[in-house]
Design a protein around this ligand. Sequence first.
Ligand code: CA
Length: 226
Amino acid sequence: MSILQKILLVEDEVKLGKVIQDELVLNGYPADLAVDGLEASRLFTRNTYSLVLLDINLPYKNGFELCREFREQNKSIPIIMLSAAGEIHDKVEAFNIGADDYIVKPFHFVELFARVKVFLKRAELPTDTEKIIIEDMEINFTNKTVVRNGASINLTAKEFTLLVLLARNKERVISKQEILEKVWDLNFDTGTNTIEVYISFLRNKIDKPFDHKLIHTKPGFGYYIK
Ligand code: CA
């Protein structure tokens, strides 16, 4: 992947964390999820992130400690605290520990994305010029085109969305359920073979003309790109 802006999300309520992570990914912000303070430290040290979303009450190291720690390592990375009511009393308190902003839980995703957008824009890496490059395939979000090995590939809107979902989650197996929810906006299995059909459309266009296949099936689990 090229200039994708990756977010570190620290949230110990695993279910909530996964929901936020999925929403971020779907909105074009790939995110790693850390479910405790130690994991957060480890990920932050090992990877390069563009922004941190940081819960406060966490096992092993709390959000305040982490915030100070991250600030010492990186002066400019935007840090947004995810605070439960009462954990932060005012903005000054959040700023004092080195955070750039805070959002009180429960929040609306619209609000979260608005803040994330503002801070990432400030970092001057606009997401609308985003590209994903996997091997010899390039997905361009500005003009919604896909080029493989120099040849442009024509995809329908649904095929494009499906490809982007797989590509943004490179090497992660995406279940049919997840594809239904994210590409078709359905939260139930319609019992039809829509997904198989679309995967085969995609394969015909993306993989068939080339020796090296990018789209893979994990039988019984789903699909992934590699
Ligand atoms: Ca917590």
